[in-house]
Ligand binder design. Structure first.
Ligand SMILES: Nc1ncnc2c1ncn2[C@@H]1O[C@H](COP(=O)(O)OP(=O)(O)OP(=O)(O)O)[C@@H](O)[C@H]1O
Ligand SMILES: [Mg+2]
Length: 259
């Protein structure tokens, strides 16, 4: 299987409008295996999106290296799909044309045409092909964005808080869809989230990042099968451990189930 990501010694600084230096990433090392589902969680502004953008090849590190299957990442590529926090559908295109956009741009629409319908079906938007984004709910637009990110068959799907704007029920439904797609297609998935439950529900490993300048604080493997029961004792133990690492554990007595 392909789609492993290697991040080694990555540092990234930015210059603010005032000319100050912001140290976003301070020596990040991370190995993500092909087909793995990893969630990234950490305080706001710590550098999660920066790390995802570097993996996408949308930006470059000051030092350190990033590689996909051992090959240095030097820019964006259709091997790495990106789904942003706010859906970035083109308002002037209907759902079908939005999903088909990247295939047309790459000149492979004719041979991959069937995939457009297939991914629209996979995200449950059959019958809405001719609708425009403003005619769909927020959750449906997120589904369309997911189909658009998937249609190019990326080896790695990068998701930057893709479900943050959704209500809890829609969010849980789409989480299940993402898991199903992950299972069926076996691609590597890296998702940024602020939601601890979401991180535990989806991931093989949860990567906890420290406050800026970010480094990796702790990696928690989630050793639970799917589907996961969100209220099970084991699930809640992982949840408690991650909250504690993020300093939101509250005042609770030390209990044995901490990992
Ligand atoms: N293009 C940029 N120019 C200047 N500073 C930037 C730029 N991009 C990011 N930063 C800074 O780098 C730091 C990390 O930003 P980043 O967007 O990666 O955080 P984040 O962890 O994704 O936060 P959030 O959870 O709020 O989305 C922040 O302090 C931010 O202001
Ligand atoms: Mg972010």
């Amino acid at each position: 299987m392909v789609g492993s990501i290697t991040v080694e010694g990555v540092r990234k600084t930015f210059t603010t409008a005032d000319g100050d230096t912001v140290h976003a990433l301070n020596g990040v090392d991370l190995q993500i295996n092909a087909g793995e589902f990893v969630t990234l969680i950490g305080p706001s502004g710590c550098g999660k999106s920066t790390l995802l953008r570097l993996i996408a090849g949308l930006d470059f590190p000051d030092s350190g290296t990033l590689a996909l299957d051992g090959k240095k990442i030097t820019g964006p590529d259709c091997e790495r799909g990106f789904m942003f926090q706010n859906h970035t559908l083109f308002p002037w295109l209907n759902i079908y044309d939005n999903v088909a956009f990247s295939l047309r741009a790459r000149g492979i629409y004719k041979e991959k045409k069937d995939d457009v319908a297939e991914y629209i079906r996979l995200v449950g938007l059959e019958g809405f092909e001719k609708s425009f984004p403003h005619q769909l709910s927020g959750g449906m637009c997120q589904r369309a964005s997911l189909a658009r990110a998937l249609v190019g068959h990326p080896k790695v799907l990068l998701l930057d808080e893709p479900l943050g704007a959704l209500d809890a029920f829609t969010r849980m439904n789409i989480q299940d869809e993402i898991l199903r797609i992950h299972r069926e297609h076996g691609m590597t998935m890296i998702m940024v989230t602020h939601d601890v439950d979401e991180a535990v529900y989806l991931a093989d490993r949860v990567v906890i990042m420290s406050a800026r300048p970010a480094k990796i604080e702790k990696i928690v493997p989630i050793e639970l099968g799917h589907p996961r029961a969100r209220s099970s004792q084991d699930f809640l133990a992982y949840r408690a451990e991650i909250l504690r690492r993020l300093h939101f554990g509250g005042k609770v007595p030390d209990v044995e189930y901490y990992l």
